[in-house]
Design a protein around this ligand. Sequence first.
Ligand code: VGL
Ligand code: ZN
Length: 187
Amino acid sequence: MNPDTLLQDHDALLLVDVQNDFCPGGSLAVPKGDTIIPLLNDWIVSARRNGNPIIASRDWHPVEHVSFDMRGGPWPVHCVQDTKGAEFHPDLDIDNRVVRVSKGTHFDQDAYSAFDSTGLGTYLRRANIQRLWVGGLAQDVCVLATVLDGMKEGFEMHLIRAATRPVDEAQGEDALNRMKDAGAILD
Ligand code: VGL
Ligand code: ZN
């Protein structure tokens, strides 16, 4: 799969939550989560060369967020604002032209999708984007939610399959099926 031949006008690249806490050594590590980074970097280089917008979402929680186990939520403490764990992985080739989208910033509400309460859909429509190429973490949580929401928002959603990794393999398979059933294209 060559991003140079796939990326067209009205396409954007969406990198979901490629943050330290979701990579090996992080507090909510996705197995082999960091192995997708070289491929994502190939896509970033192509998108930059072609002039396609690049968007990077990040999980960006306040302390004592509702999703944390100490507050009765399902997850260990992760991606707390301005901590090392919330930073993008240092190997990810992003510069200041990359549009950052922070999500999960409300104390009392979780947000798995990059479209959830962020205005991302509006921004992309204004930029005349019709098609999104998506990679990142985790395949069975935030990538799944983002792809499903993108379909609902009316975008053609392409999952760069090799550029995603699940928290759980079986749930990853299930997530792929759900994306496909919703009309996303798995590349
Ligand atoms: C995520 C669990 C909790 C993700 C975010 O980015 O996939 N997973 N918060
Ligand atoms: Zn989270």
